[in-house]
Design a protein around this ligand. Structure first.
Ligand code: ADP
Ligand code: MG
Length: 192
């Protein structure tokens, strides 16, 4: 199934000069860039992207608690408290300097992008992934510094999230249709 997904190169990725390196990883993995721009996000766009959604806040908190406890660190906050704190921190992070926003398209693009990006905590992300290769950040380090985990990239978590998030950053007119020269080979029908 051909899917579209949203990728943000967050302010730390742009400030560290990793835009070209990050984009080339997606391009080389056959993902087609169908929209791209640099945005200095304001509170409105940040608040719509990191929506005040109970299920998402809980999932952020539960993931953090589980990972911290697996590493032997006691967690005092409830998952909801973690989620709400992280959302406030993310609003400051995503508005601190420009972000590069892209929509990429390809076979099972949501999963493929998440695989290339790696896990939420760079400290635990596999080597070879963008987060695993380029960021040393962890729940521990970010908590003790009073900021969110700086993990260079945002990538939509599932196709429903992707459809919602693409609309936050792009109009329909900004999504372009064209053909990559390798598409005939990648998506060719049986026979030869
Ligand atoms: P992902 O970006 O891997 O989909 P989430 O959607 O769970 O991760 O969280 C959104 C972002 O919030 C993360 O990319 C990270 O920057 C930040 N974050 C998540 N959990 C925490 C936490 N416990 N402490 C600090 N920052 C966090
Ligand atoms: Mg997410």
């Amino acid at each position: 199934m051909i899917e579209k997904t949203l990728v943000l190169i967050k302010p730390d990725g742009v400030q560290r000069g990793l835009v070209g390196e990050i984009i080339s990883r997606f391009e080389r993995a056959t993902l087609k860039i169908i929209a791209m721009k640099m945005v200095y996000a304001d509170k409105d766009i940040a608040g719509r992207h990191y929506a005040d959604d109970e299920a998402w806040l809980l999932s952020v908190g539960e993931k953090a608690k589980k990972s911290q406890e697996a590493d032997g660190h006691a967690v005092k906050e409830t998952p909801m408290q973690i989620g709400q704190r992280v959302r406030r921190q993310l609003m400051d992070y995503i508005t601190m300097s420009p972000t590069v926003a892209l929509v990429v398209e390809g076979h099972a693009a949501v999963r493929l992008v998440r695989k290339i990006v790696g896990g939420t905590s760079p400290h635990h992300a596999e080597p070879g992934t963008i987060r695993g290769d380029y960021s040393p950040d962890s729940y521990q380090l970010s908590d003790s510094s009073g900021r969110p985990i700086q993990n260079l990239i945002h990538a939509s978590g599932d196709p429903t999230e992707a459809a919602r998030e693409i609309k936050v950053w792009f109009t329909d007119k900004e999504l372009h249709a064209y053909k990559r020269v390798d598409e005939d080979l990648i998506y060719r029908m049986g026979g030869q």
